[in-house]
Design a protein around this ligand. Structure first.
Ligand code: B12
Length: 489
């Protein structure tokens, strides 16, 4: 048997469905006995894994790992598991090992990493572990070999309709449904894998190598109907890396969702959403589209060129999209990657001005400000960061140390070129902006509290005086204000 483990990843009450493990499990279903253990639901997941593994004779433990708090838990828990179950191979998959397999395998607790899309490789590895066969030739596999680490290149993507449906019967789906701005019973899905674009700050590029596969609209509809029947889902977040790549696919999904009475949220690019025809926007609106998350990235033309997004994703285009979405009553969530080299100061100033213009055009727009966090890609951006002295940690211990774990949260990416003053300027601006324009998605915030915050923030916002907004901090805390990026969207 196999244990599939999702280490703890969030403080939020809203627990994310462990989609990575469901995807991997879909290929094991029927051939292997397995169990999914979710660290977001279990008080002591390690004890539970040890018990299951001993009772049922596990041949492997698969762990899904993304950077940030989940990585810290994955490291500590993998080491504990190795101590208690020394003979059982531990396999890491997901975003972190896909980008940093050599660092992971320097740690004796982890035996294998699988990079990129994992369903087929996991099945092949499990078969080899069961039979004692060779693991050579398994796509995307990294392992220790004598004193060195061997990597097999990742293979072509498997079209999603060729993979089995996710085995939802193996998880308590009801516990992952939650209420927020989108609905009372919000669920999540991932209807495609990969992305054809080559943005130099995005982790998806290295993982999917600019390829993209999507499930058919019929299959998406089947999954959504299952979620409705099983747990009364009235809204869905499509967590696809980019949901809007194919206009015809999205329109067909929208047409199929019409009449299902489900609100939805998804992530897309500015140029894509501007390219969509009016009739496509109408179809999406009719089907329940409520919010779209868009990478607006920066207000600086120099930084945008360095980000290698391609297409027309300029500040002007972002403003047009903000206007267009206002017309359709769909809330845009614009995320920005601030402080990228070569001139982080210019980038921050230009971006904050763009944010202000967006809010003038569409006051409901959500704004999410991240600091640039390098990803290991061959790009001018990463090369510049490296030239400026940026280095990734070389051990897992270093990765989970204080500074680096906050780096992965994209709020504090080290002191290399983003000196404290710059970071503070961004956080102060964010506080003033959120006071003057409290997020529409925070359902706890009453009209009166919004008015108080807006009144308090007005003079600062108008005078562009962002420094030391202590009074706003006090009131935001008092009102339990939630920043948009922490609400689970
Ligand atoms: C759901 C999600 C979350 C959930 C957590 C999910 C969980 N497992 O508990 C929540 C909302 C809590 C979350 C939080 C954060 N996240 Co997040 N999250 C995602 C999201 C939207 C989907 C991941 C997913 O489930 N995909 C669907 C499955 C099917 O695909 P997959 O995960 O790639 O899995 C495949 C392979 O990777 C592999 N695989 C995966 N696991 C395993 C395990 C084994 C054993 C094997 C063999 C293979 C394997 O096989 C799978 C099937 O092909 C991605 C973006 C995206 N669309 O991918 C971001 C993403 C992974 N998150 C990211 C970040 C940065 C964060 C945060 C740090 C954000 C923040 N600022 O707060 C936090 C920190 C979380 C933490 N570390 O604890 C980044 C990572 C960037 C990077 N450099 O790698 C991403 C890529 C978003 C982005 N576009 O930048 N996140």
């Amino acid at each position: 048997m196999i244990v599939l483990y999702n280490p703890w990843s969030t403080h939020s009450e809203r627990k994310p469905l462990p989609m990575s493990l469901l995807a991997v499990a879909s290929k094991l279903e029927g051939e292997f006995d397995y169990e999914i253990v979710d660290g977001n639901l279990e008080a002591d997941p390690v004890a539970r894994i040890v018990q299951i593994a001993r009772q049922r004779g596990a041949i492997a433990i698969g762990v899904t790992v993304m950077p940030g708090p989940q990585l810290s838990h994955a490291v500590v828990d993998s080491r504990r598991l190795k101590r208690q179950l020394p003979g059982i191979p531990i396999i890491w998959g997901g975003y972190f090992p896909s980008q940093h397999a050599s660092v992971v395998l320097r740690d004796e607790a982890i035996d294998f990493c699988i990079g990129g899309q994992g369903e087929l490789s996991t099945l092949q590895l499990m078969r080899a572990l069961r039979s004692g066969g060779a693991v050579d030739g398994i796509a995307g596999l990294s392992r220790r070999d004598g004193g060195s680490i061997r990597h097999t290149p990742i293979g072509p993507l498997t079209p999603l309709d060729e993979l089995p449906l996710w085995p939802y019967q193996r998880v308590p789906l009801e516990r992952y449904v939650h209420s927020h701005y989108l609905g009372e019973r919000v669920t999540m899905h991932h209807s495609s894998y990969g992305c054809p674009h080559g943005c130099s700050f995005c982790a998806v590029v290295g993982i999917a190598r600019r390829r993209w596969v999507a499930e058919s609209p019929a299959r998406t509809e089947q999954v959504l109907r299952y979620h409705q029947q099983r747990c009364g889902a009235d809204a869905v977040q499509f967590h696809d890396m980019d949901f809007f790549i194919s206009e015809s696919r999205v329109v067909e999904i929208a047409d199929r969702m019409r009449g299902m009475d489900m609100r939805w949220w998804a992530l897309g690019r500015v140029d894509e959403l501007m390219r969509y025809s009016e009739s496509s926007w109408q179809a999406m609106k009719r089907s329940g589209l409520k919010m779209v998350f868009c990478g607006a990235e920066t207000g600086s033309a120099v930084a945008m060129r360095m980000m290698n997004k391609g297409g027309d994703v300029s500040g002007g285009r972002t403003l047009e999209l903000a206007r267009r979405m206002r017309h359709y009553g769909v809330v845009p969530e614009f995320s920005f990657v601030l402080g990228s080299p070569p001139d982080p100061l210019e980038d921050v100033d230009a971006t904050l001005e763009l944010v202000r213009r967006i809010k003038t055009v569409n006051p409901d727009a959500e704004v999410i400000l991240y600091m640039y966090t390098p990803v290991p890609l061959e790009s001018e951006l990463f090369a510049t960061a490296t030239r400026l002295g940026f280095r990734f940690p070389e051990t897992l211990d270093e990765w989970v140390s204080g500074d680096w774990s906050s780096f992965a949260l994209r709020r504090n990416p080290g002191d290399l070129w983003l000196h404290g003053r710059l970071r503070r300027r961004v956080r102060n601006f964010e506080r003033v902006l959120n006071a003057y324009y409290p997020t529409v998605t925070d359902s706890n915030l009453s009209g009166a509290k919004r008015a108080v915050l807006r009144g308090l923030g007005a003079w600062r916002y108008k005078l562009r005086f962002y420094a030391a907004p202590y009074e706003l901090r006090v009131f935001q805390r008092l009102f339990g204000y939630q920043r948009p990026e922490t609400t689970g969207f």
